[in-house]
Design a protein around this ligand. Structure first.
Ligand SMILES: C[S@@+](CC[C@H](N)C(=O)[O-])C[C@H]1O[C@@H](n2cnc3c(N)ncnc32)[C@H](O)[C@@H]1O
Length: 247
């Protein structure tokens, strides 16, 4: 059955257990937002990365995600990016963080962000870099090229963006998206960690199980460390995260 709040009404429960905003990523996002005050957060989810000291309004389709927003966070309106319920020019900045790959109409959603806000900041990933990571290449290739991956050029073009920044993923990243665990392979073996990422949550269970069985074997035999152990010395990695800044 399709749910009005979409995928996150099904997989969103427990999102805040493993998806704690990472302070270094937050600092980079907020440096791009600058001193703006009237801020819209589109696809806001549970309110990760929002700043309680600024005037924030959230748009989010999933009631399950809205229900996990902390007390005292700004107003959350149940709506979709593709039809933002605000007059033209209402906001200084519109944010879209880790959400554009879920939208049913990317161009319409980004056009709506341009209509309601003077500037736009989109936190997303470059599929070309993302797909090269070992977890996809070696263990869950079915996630590669999933239908909803958004080409970076499409976001940059639609927003007529001024710049694209690499967002390095720290070695101890606290926000548990799939790319966060590039140096912590054993964490992928925990079902609750996988369940907090839409990439795994949507994959057929048999494909996940066989991939995780191979990962467990490679960790036990030392094969994973032979192939990827050099990653352990790094403090951060460009795993494909990008900040697209316009206006
Ligand atoms: C991975 S979560 C990210 C949530 C939050 N921005 C964060 O960074 O933690 C993706 C969010 O996008 C929302 N979403 C899905 N389709 C959407 C749409 N068409 N318009 C706006 N938000 C949407 C989902 O309900 C979910 O809360």
């Amino acid at each position: 059955m399709t749910h009005p709040g979409g995928l996150y009404d099904t997989i969103g429960l427990g999102y805040t257990n493993h998806r704690l905003p990472d302070p270094r990523i937050a600092a980079q996002i907020w440096a791009s937002v600058g001193l703006a005050d009237r801020i819209l957060n589109v696809g806001a989810g549970t309110g990760s990365y929002e700043d309680s000291h600024r005037t924030m309004v959230a748009v989010e389709p999933s009631a399950v995600m809205i229900g996990q927003r902390p007390t005292g966070s700004g107003p959350a309106i149940r709506a979709h990016a593709e039809c933002l319920p605000f007059p033209t020019g209402t906001f200084d900045v519109a944010l879209a963080l880790m959400t554009v790959h879920h939208w049913s109409d990317l161009e319409l959603g980004l056009a709506e962000m341009r209509r309601v806000a003077r500037r736009q900041v989109v936190f997303t990933f470059d599929p070309a870099v993302h797909d090269a990571l070992w977890i996809f290449q070696d263990y869950v290739p079915a996630i590669i090229g999933m239908a909803d991956a958004v080409p970076l050029d499409a976001v940059v073009g639609a927003l007529q963006a001024d710049r694209v920044e690499i967002v390095p993923v720290p070695a101890d990243c606290t926000d548990g998206f799939i790319l966060a665990y590039w140096n912590r392979p054993e964490l992928f073996l925990e079902p609750s960690i996988r369940a907090s990422t839409s990439g795994f949550a949507r994959l057929e269970a048999a494909l996940v199980d066989s991939g995780m069985a191979r990962l467990a074997e490679d960790l036990a035999s030392g094969e994973w460390h032979r192939r990827h152990g050099d990653l352990m010395a790094r403090k951060s990695l460009d795993a494909g995260l990008r900040l697209v800044v316009a206006g």
